[in-house]
Design a protein around this ligand. Structure first.
Ligand SMILES: Cc1cc2nc3c(=O)[nH]c(=O)nc-3n(C[C@H](O)[C@H](O)[C@H](O)COP(=O)(O)O)c2cc1C
Length: 203
């Protein structure tokens, strides 16, 4: 079974390095992860007044997240933090209160930068929000992808062979396993609970 993964890219740039890395991750686990890029550039700035009557873009975005089995965040770092467009999307998906589309979705976080720190600051701000939103976030491998440039990709936009591709391949496999583990564990717990319920009924 292929798990549905919603990929949220924190850059709106046409030639975004992050978007290219996100596409590469999809390509590497295309057989087991059914990836969709979820667009966030059209989401109006979050306003709690919209909770009662949300704009159609909010409805579409929340629905796409709700339908996913897992969420992959791939983002640049802006001024050592989360780009505003991504934070806005997280806020939109998390509301109305008690109806977060992100609740319980397994997640992984990848940050990509031409700089040497690899978006460490943004990565941990995204992690902080995801943990708060009750998303089981993959711990390892961490993915602060530094020194990424246009030269890291071939003409078709795929990662060239080398250490970066190896790291991203490892990450794609680990995320697949993480999503499977979370969903299977829940299924087994539900089966155990149903079994225990039947035994109690027959006692
Ligand atoms: C407003 C702004 C702030 C930035 N701040 C950081 C930063 O804090 N750390 C970093 O590594 N790169 C920073 N950068 C450089 C980005 O990493 C670089 O532009 C990267 O290519 C953006 O990702 P993208 O290619 O996916 O659009 C910043 C870029 C912009 C436009």
């Amino acid at each position: 079974m292929a798990y549905k993964i919603a990929i949220i890219v924190g850059s709106l740039r046409k030639d975004s390095l992050n978007r290219k890395v996100a596409r590469s991750i999809c390509g590497l686990r295309g057989d087991n992860l059914d990836c969709s890029m979820i667009e966030i550039g059209d989401l109006p700035l979050y306003n709690q007044d919209y909770d009662a009557n949300p704009p159609e873009q909010y409805v579409r975005f929340r629905q796409q997240i709700a339908e996913a089995d897992g969420v992959l965040f791939v983002s640049p770092e802006y001024n050592r933090g989360i780009p505003g467009v991504l934070k806005n999307a997280i806020d939109v998906g998390s509301r109305p209160y008690g109806q977060s589309a992100f609740d319980k979705k397994p997640a992984a976080i990848v940050t990509v930068s031409p700089g040497s720190i690899g978006g460490f600051g943004a990565n941990h701000q995204i992690r902080q929000a995801a943990v708060f939103l009750n998303m089981p976030v993959m711990a390892q491998p961490e993915a602060y992808l530094g020194h990424v440039t246009d030269d890291s990709f071939d003409e078709s936009g795929c990662l060239k062979d080398g250490p970066l591709k190896d790291l991203v391949t490892n990450l794609a496999h680990s995320f697949h396993d993480w999503v499977v583990m979370i969903h299977r564990s829940r299924q087994l717990l539900a089966e155990d609970a149903a079994h225990a319920g039947k035994q109690k009924a027959h006692a």
